[in-house]
Design a protein around this ligand. Structure first.
Ligand code: CO
Length: 134
């Protein structure tokens, strides 16, 4: 069901410092910071030849990554995103196997303008999983 790895999202307490690590230390191609208010984050995209890394920093009062950073002060991997062809079919197949979909179970439009769902980390080896319809 899942296809390519679309991105790995890393929550960071200092977006400028994290961007500098990827740009200057690791020599990667990085985007300008992009505010995504509807998801409560500012994102820097690190473009790699085969996938993307997304550096996430909280934006606004109720950022979904604020709690994660409170527990992981120096930042850390927040979620990984796999591509699927049909998100509703993927959701139904996952639910049928007993996996838990977060929220109301309906896809939302994600940071790339495509439908996404998040899956419960306890069902996926302790990792928050995002699926995105490509
Ligand atoms: Co994501």
């Amino acid at each position: 069901m899942i296809g390519r790895l679309n991105h790995v999202a890393i929550a960071v307490p200092d977006l400028e410092a994290a961007t500098a690590v990827y740009r200057d230390t690791l020599g990667a191609n990085v985007s300008a910071p992009q505010p995504v208010p509807e998801h409560g984050v500012t994102v820097v995209f690190v473009n790699l030849p085969n996938t993307k890394i997304e550096l996430l920093h909280p934006l606004g009062e109720n950022s979904p990554i604020a709690g994660f950073l409170a527990k992981n002060a120096s930042g850390g991997i927040h979620h990984i995103c796999y591509e699927v062809e049909d998100i509703l079919a993927a959701r139904d197949q996952l639910v049928n196997t007993g996996a838990r979909v977060l929220g109301d179970g309906n896809p939302r439009i994600g940071a790339h303008g495509k439908p996404v769902l998040f899956l419960h980390p306890k069902d996926f080896c302790g990792t928050l999983v995002e699926i995105e319809q490509i």
